[in-house]
Design a protein around this ligand. Structure first.
Ligand code: PEP
Length: 257
């Protein structure tokens, strides 16, 4: 989108301990500086495991590295007897700015349904975190319903009770494209991202639809990022595997070059 600052988001999943995390962020920063990257032209956010957040936050702060910091999940609760859970309140205290919600791996392995995704979206907003709401169809969904019906339905539920002026990010991630090396075509991703923007418009209004960044995710690489970024309704990428390699992620961030 012309008026929206692109966002390149790195979802590290369950990779990199806190020492490796600090090393990667430092090297990524050096790589971008060496390449004379214009840091204002693209927002970069990294989503490390919970146990890395404090170390990465300290590094970003100390070295004035202009990356956003995000978490990969949060609890629907604020605090209490929920062993193993992490509250949005704790995340915002660590200067975490955003949180991935409803990633397909959470939906699949932790049985997160659309209601849980909606509740986590509310929890994120309550604690001042930008929810990065992930939606996408499985290959079975694609065969039965086409590409857009399932992600559109997922987003409609997630946006229930979201205020029109809330900052959110939406990520379209076809499940069959995640980690498969088989990215969607830019045309197909654009078609779904446009429909997701229509959902934002219907639920939250014109301002929200024009401001909200809609990302594509699923086997994004340095070789295909530019083709996605050319599409009018794709404002960035959620990158899994490609975010773990310094040179590759640096090249993705520099998609304009
Ligand atoms: C993801 O996990 O959000 C993702 C898009 O993974 P990958 O880039 O590895 O396909």
């Amino acid at each position: 989108g012309m008026t929206r600052t692109p966002l390149i988001a790195g979802n590290w999943k369950m990779n990199l301990d806190h020492l490796q995390a600090v090393a990667l962020v430092q090297k990524l920063h050096w790589s971008l500086k060496d390449a004379d990257h214009d840091f204002d032209s693209v927002d970069v956010t990294v989503f490390p495991p919970f146990t890395d957040l404090r170390s990465v936050q300290t590094l970003l702060d100390a070295d004035k590295i202009p990356f956003g910091l995000g978490a990969q999940d949060l609890s629907v609760h604020d605090s209490g007897a929920y062993t193993g859970e992490i509250s949005g309140a704790f995340l915002s205290k660590l200067n975490v700015g955003s949180v991935i919600i409803g990633h397909s791996e959470r939906r699949e392995y932790h049985a997160e349904d659309d209601q849980v995704v909606a509740a986590k979206t509310q929890a994120a907003l309550k604690h001042g975190l930008v929810p990065v709401i992930c939606v996408g169809e499985t290959s079975e969904d694609l065969e039965k319903f086409g590409a857009s019906a399932v992600p559109v339905g997922q987003l409609e539920v997630a946006l229930e009770n979201v205020p029109a002026d809330a900052e959110i990010v939406v990520a379209y991630e076809p499940v069959w494209a995640i980690g498969s090396g088989q990215a969607a075509t830019p045309e197909q991703a654009q078609e779904v991202c446009q429909k997701l923007r229509d959902v934002i418009r219907a639920k939250l209004g014109d301002d929200a639809a024009d401001k909200t960044r809609v990302l594509y995710g699923g086997s994004v690489k340095s070789e295909n990022i530019a083709s996605f970024m050319r599409e009018p309704d794709i404002d960035g990428a959620l990158v899994g595997g490609g975010s773990l390699k310094v040179d590759e992620f640096s090249a993705i961030v520099r998609f304009k070059n």
